[in-house]
Design a protein around this ligand. Sequence first.
Ligand SMILES: [Zn+2]
Length: 280
Amino acid sequence: MKINILYAGYCTAPEHIAIQGGRWRSIHFPAMFALLQHPRFGPMLFDTGYSYRFFDETKNFPNRIYRWMTPVTLHEEDLVVNQLATFGIQPHDITHTFISHFHADHIASLPDLTGSRYIYMPHAYAGLRNLPPSEDMKHAFMRGLIPSDFDERSHPVEMNRVILLPKEYAPFTKGYDLLGDSSIIGVELPGHAIGQMGIFARDENDKLFFFVADAAWLKQAVVDNRPPHKIANLIFSDGNVYRETLTNLHGYHLTHPDVEIIPSHCEETIRSHESASHLT
Ligand SMILES: [Zn+2]
């Protein structure tokens, strides 16, 4: 499988929010998405980053607060649809999109992917779909980003079809074989958002990648087992569980330093893998 790590837009926030002991200055948090070109299933995405719809959805209150808290920059060439074009891929060619969780910066291009199945942990969405719209902001959820035919194209992870992972995944013990061919293994990474899903995927050079979404905002947080500022607990689904998940990632990293752990918003990590096709 060919794996390209890309991003569609970035927001800025102080580093010390993302990691305890971080600097006070603002840093970039790119909104990563990964293009996974599967030999049998074709092009697939893990998350989608921002799109212009994010700006439409945050024009008015209360969503405008979201834009103020995390100012977003998005260049036209960084749009998912335009980056796919540089690979000769049309948006409707994407066959599967693995959604880590439903925060706006991970799903804003879903409506562009008109031929895709959507794969996510069912409890990640179940609690959001019936929220009164007045609570969307609290959950960083923007229902306008959900495609109108989302339910028809959804293939939520069947949580009862859990597999026991081999020892080399420890401390992660349970996973989900998302395509049935062992090429993409989903694991639950709870704490940041309910039902957040990370995936393991191996590239054509046999390198293993572990996409961990927002279970850590910076790679350094995994390396040092260093959590974000306590204020971040306000937006987490469960701060204590977040801490446990980060500790598991740290343990995994210690025993598997060769595996590429990819937090979705770590600029240093994303730049180190950046595809030559990415223009900025
Ligand atoms: Zn998030």
